[in-house]
Design a binder for this molecule. Sequence first.
Ligand SMILES: Nc1nc2c(ncn2[C@@H]2O[C@H](COP(=O)(O)OP(=O)(O)OP(=O)(O)O)[C@@H](O)[C@H]2O)c(=O)[nH]1
Length: 600
Amino acid sequence: MDRQSRTRNFSIIAHIDHGKSTLADRLIEDTGLVQSRDMKAQLLDNMDLERERGITIKLQSIRLVYKAKDGEEYFFNLIDTPGHVDFNYEVSRSLAACEGALLIVDAAQGVEAQTLANVYLALDQDLEIVPVINKIDLPSARPEEIKTEIEDIIGLDASEAPLISAKDGTNIDQVLEAIVHKVPAPKGDIDAPLKALIFDSYYDSYKGVISYVRVFEGKVKKGDRIKMMNTKKVFEVTEVGVVSPTHIPVEDLVAGDVGYIAASVKDIRSSRVGDTITLADNPTEHPLPGYKKATPMVYCGIYPAEGEKYENVRDALEKLQVNDAALEFEAETSAALGFGFRCGFLGLLHMEIIQERLEREFDLNMITTAPSVLFRVIKTDGEVLMIQNPTNLPPVQEIDHIEEPIVKANIIVPTDYVGPVMELAQERRGNMLNMEYLDTKRVTLHYEIPLNEVVYDFFDSLKSRTKGYGSLDYEFKEYKEAKLVKLDILINREQVDALSFIVHESTAQTRGRVMCEKLKDEIPKHQFPVPIQAAIGTKVVARETISAYRKDVLAKCYGGDISRKRKLLEKQKEGKKRMRQIGNVEVPQKAFMSVLKLDK
Ligand SMILES: Nc1nc2c(ncn2[C@@H]2O[C@H](COP(=O)(O)OP(=O)(O)OP(=O)(O)O)[C@@H](O)[C@H]2O)c(=O)[nH]1
């Protein structure tokens, strides 16, 4: 059998926590690529090495060699997909490199919102979907029922689905055999001009940009002159290889293969994810269908905290952007917070991940402002503005109306929790479209809901009101006019730009009140009373006052020991560092963050 007929390119798709990573580890271990006891060590070592170069790469794809029961050796290319609603776009991107997908369903939880969302993405790419039922070791596992669920809800034949425990390693051999027999081998003419799709890339300070590719036609080897069809840039290939589990150079990559190409590309923008690579001297006529660019849906300001350098934050954002094409940022300034960046994210989780990576991997201290969606503002003179920062909203008299993005949300919950979910959706201006019974115990609620209401803490609220059983999936639907107003926060009568946000008229007052209360808790007393107000235009809708208090740190020292006095003063100075000056009021940095969660 030739190489193509012995190759299988696949992804694992699942709802979060159904066991995708555990199964991937098990496949890696069972094909003998890495011995179980060194597995963690080896894979992590690889990551640490990358980290030293200033960037962490996720294991994007890995090649496994499997000796099947038919006696043949097969090459499995397992391509990783992120498992969250925010990343649907990246999921499709990985799926485009595959012929099949293993669909993991938890034997106790069954089909959930993102199981379905992922299945639709895989079907869009015409992939063969192989259902696998995981966690059969759980006492609450009900594999036979789940099989029926997969057949009824998704319409896939699940009669032959392997019943496995990825944790205990039960029936993994059945999964390996299913990959051989159910996932189609790749097709594609090896003698045609090169056509390779870049599905991920990152910057390596030694080799330049490393592009992960799926070759669809032709072949590529070291020394070839390649051309990026979108950017039209030409480079000479310095290395081609496969990831198994570290980079292993190979002779060539041919139609059907998944691997990496290095070509001393210095600028990440020349090797764009979604672009087609061909040969400069023998180009293919048409590029592969690229990906549509992921458009950010949620924005927030990221500002260096006191003592943190602006350049460091910019460097870190640039590095993150290299393997996260969906992240956008541009410089902006705030009267309250100084120089910073307005960043665009796919969703709230994406935003949290980036914030966490900035803190953890780059050891940065930052202040983030309230998340905002992209509003469409139609001015009285007909001009249309896309506003991502509430501060940039034109004066009220110039605005004809404002439109906000509406998403279609699918929420799957056990029937017991329908009430609380409907209540939550109602509070968030959701409009229920319909309700579908999945089986006797669970329903899907279909809603239209403003994204602006989802980006706060909708997901957390959903989880807490359904004891963790509710799952959510959403996609952009349309822009719709709404009665939106800009709510400003004034501290001691000074407007704080970083705290302004756009909100529906009906909830403005409540939100304003919660924010004032939170700020009152966070801002220390001063020597004068500090009023905190929430206002729409000139109309104050909520107010709190922090009463005056004279804080004399030396009072306790009775004039005695000078070194003790100095120590106290130093300590007070330290405390001041983490403060922001708003007029003559000192506002602790964490006050800016405290207003992000609006639940009481
Ligand atoms: N009992 C049991 N637990 C399992 C099994 N497979 C995975 N788990 C557990 O389920 C949890 C989630 O597993 P992961 O493999 O991290 O799930 P995932 O789908 O990759 O989750 P994300 O990475 O968040 O998308 C972990 O605590 C695993 O230990 C299984 O076969 N049986």
